[in-house]
Ligand binder design. Structure first.
Ligand SMILES: Nc1ncnc2c1ncn2[C@@H]1O[C@H](COP(=O)(O)OP(=O)(O)O)[C@@H](O)[C@H]1O
Ligand SMILES: [Mg+2]
Length: 313
């Protein structure tokens, strides 16, 4: 194992850029990933997530800009980078005719681990990724989720400092996706993890911090909570009401300046609203209140506000 100097953050990119001909796939990306965190790159198809991962793994050369992974420069020292990272690629590569155990031993062999040690290393990884019971079956008989878990176990064989998971739940049904989240949870804080996804709920559920990317650029960053709190109206209260008159809205605006009519009621954009004051204002004016609740901001709202697009499958 080469030195992995804990100098600076786990990953730092500066103006990282990659063109394919005319196309700018990764466009001046500045990212900092801290040691031990799960950092998510969230964005729609074609946003440049896989290209960014390939750059950070030393599989692709940047057109301009730079990055360091565990202190190693990706352009100057790609071999050192490759020795401290591991990747579970978007297109899962497991040998279909081999069992999970054999896939892991093969991978260990590629890392120069001799046979007996490889066996010992495989067992806890099979356990960790929930493959122990089917470890002797050929991988072609596994479900999509199991194959993907095997691909992650294979990435873990080399005991990486930084693990890249490129769209670990792509193509899985919603139930297997949630199952996968539990396995990824198990890996958290054991190592630094960079996870790409186009599923908002996935980044929300797993990430310590997120970079939202679109057309090669980082358009927002922060913890899931910070991203949601930063949204206009993040703390708004939604009052669902019937028979809402102009007069009633005006009276409410006298109490809370930021009242905005929405479908089926009004939204009050204020951190501190009192249920009683709203009722005391509206009821005497003949308004029927259906519900009063805090608005639940989702990362979907954040993405929509940032790009004018919905981030959907
Ligand atoms: N080898 C390549 N040659 C040409 N264009 C590419 C290549 N790889 C990726 N691209 C293009 O770069 C953009 C970003 O792709 P990618 O990084 O795969 O996005 P994501 O992983 O976010 O879906 C896309 O427009 C894609 O078509
Ligand atoms: Mg991709």
């Amino acid at each position: 194992m080469v030195d992995a100097p804990r100098i600076g953050p786990a990953i730092q990119t500066r103006d990282l850029t990659r063109n394919f001909g005319e196309l700018v796939a990764v466009d001046g990306v500045d990212l900092t990933v801290r040691h031990g965190e799960l950092f998510s790159i969230l964005g729609p198809n074609g946003a440049g997530k896989t290209t960014t991962i390939k750059l950070l793994c030393g599989l692709l050369r940047p057109t301009s800009g730079s990055a360091r992974v565990m202190g190693h420069d990706i352009s100057e020292n790609p071999l050192a980078v490759k020795q401290v990272i591991a990747v579970s690629p978007q297109e899962t590569a497991v040998a279909e005719h081999l069992s999970a155990r054999e896939n892991l031993e093969l991978m260990a062999g590629l890392h120069g681990i001799e046979r007996r040690r490889a066996r010992r290393r495989a067992e806890p990884l099979l356990e960790l990724m929930g493959l122990a019971e089917r470890a002797g079956d050929q991988a072609r008989k596994y479900s999509g989720g199991m194959k993907r878990r095997l691909s992650i176990a294979m990435a873990l064989v080399s005991d990486p400092y930084v693990l890249f998971l490129d769209e670990p739940t792509i193509g899985l049904d919603p139930q297997s996706r949630r199952g996968m989240w539990e396995y990824i949870e198990r890996l958290k804080s054991r190592m630094t993890i960079v996870l790409t996804t186009h599923y908002l709920e996935e980044a929300d559920a797993l990430a310590d911090r997120i970079a939202v990317v679109d057309t090669g650029r980082v358009i927002a960053r922060g913890s899931p909570t910070q991203l949601k709190d930063g949204m206009e109206g993040a703390h708004a209260t939604l009052v669902e009401a019937r028979d809402l008159t102009e007069d009633a809205i005006e009276a409410l605006t006298a109490i809370y300046p930021h009242v905005r009519p929405v479908d089926g009621g009004v939204e009050i954009d204020d951190d501190n609203v009192s249920l009683h004051r709203i009722e005391d204002c509206l009821r005497p004016r003949g308004v029927e209140i259906v519900s009063i609740r805090k608005r639940q901001v989702t990362l979907d709202d954040v993405f929509l506000e940032l790009t004018g697009k919905e981030l959907r499958e």
